[in-house]
Design a protein around this ligand. Structure first.
Ligand code: ADP
Ligand code: MG
Length: 276
């Protein structure tokens, strides 16, 4: 084999490998029904406790909403789960066997935790399909040489995700030409190409039209079950439309947790929101 062919073959094999096997070598174990265990977490910034003895548990396959006033610690909590911020105290486990505090950011991603930031970051010059293809490849430098080399399983996966995110008809469109809402869905699709078990989504409907919000609610609902989804969101109508369980964070702790109705009628929650 010529060197270039050898390289391509290697890349092709690695990519199939990437798609199927977590590199940490750690199996996610959710046999107790819980996928995320955060216990006794504390994080201080210059003496100020952004997270203060936080205990939070998320069930496997759940669609959980996290709400709370500005500065409650929502983003910091996600930063801990994804390895961006290290806590001063406490523990964070992904299933029963994966200790998140022993892994770095890329190992956590490889273990099956995906994060969607607020601003969409799609490759505007490339088509919707190519964006999903690149997301699957992981290594963005090699993708052009691989374009014609997708195997059937990989094509099926892209088609499946295109349907899920409602962009099957837009597969050949340039991502830069999509609406804001469509870009957000494409980015969720790009995360799905990595097959995450847990998806963290920060304020997905900011800037969306009502129609786009409804579609996003449907999309997140359809992911639950196969994936676990944790959504931080301010828009209460949106939260009401998707959540089974809502967790209210306040001053780095869980203030209340339950159905939207329970949480809304909790006097402590009312006070926090009215006092904002
Ligand atoms: P939320 O996402 O709920 O609005 P954050 O997690 O962003 O809250 O912030 C919680 C608190 O921690 C805020 O008071 C914020 O100012 C502070 N904070 C967050 N990150 C840092 C940082 N890197 N350095 C200093 N303070 C921070
Ligand atoms: Mg935030």
């Amino acid at each position: 084999m010529k060197p270039l062919d050898t390289l391509r073959e290697q890349v092709r094999r690695d990519r199939v490998f990437d798609f199927m096997v977590p590199k940490t070598g750690l199996e996610l174990d959710v046999s107790h029904g819980t996928i995320l265990y955060l216990e006794g977490l504390t994080v201080s910034f210059d003496g100020f406790k952004a997270i203060d003895d936080l205990n939070l548990y998320v069930g496997a396959g759940e669609l959980r909403c996290i709400i709370g006033p500005n500065g409650a610690g929502k983003t910091t909590m996600m930063d801990i789960v994804t390895g961006k911020t290290r806590p001063d105290q406490g523990s964070a486990w992904f299933g029963q066997r994966i200790d998140l505090l022993r892994l770095n950011e890329s190992e956590i991603a490889e273990a099956g935790i995906g994060r969607k930031f607020q601003k969409p970051t799609v490759f505007e010059q490339h088509s919707v399909f190519e964006n999903l293809e690149m997301a699957m490849a992981g290594d963005k430098r090699v993708w052009p040489t691989l374009y014609a080399r997708l195997n059937g399983e990989q094509r099926d996966r892209i088609d499946q995700v295109l349907d899920l995110i409602g962009l099957a008809d837009a597969r050949r469109e340039r991502a830069g030409a999509l609406s804001h809402g469509q870009k957000q869905w494409l980015e969720i699709g790009m995360l799905l190409m990595q097959n995450p078990k847990l998806l963290l989504v920060d304020e997905p409907v900011a800037g969306m039209t009502h129609q786009e919000m409804d579609r996003t609610a449907e999309l997140l609902n359809s992911l639950a079950g196969q994936h676990t989804v944790v959504v931080v969101e301010h828009d209460m109508d949106f939260v009401r439309s998707i959540a089974n369980t809502v967790t209210v964070l306040h001053q780095g702790r869980v203030l209340a947790e339950g159905s939207m109705e329970q949480v809304q009628n909790d006097p402590r929650v009312v006070e926090v929101y009215l006092g904002e």
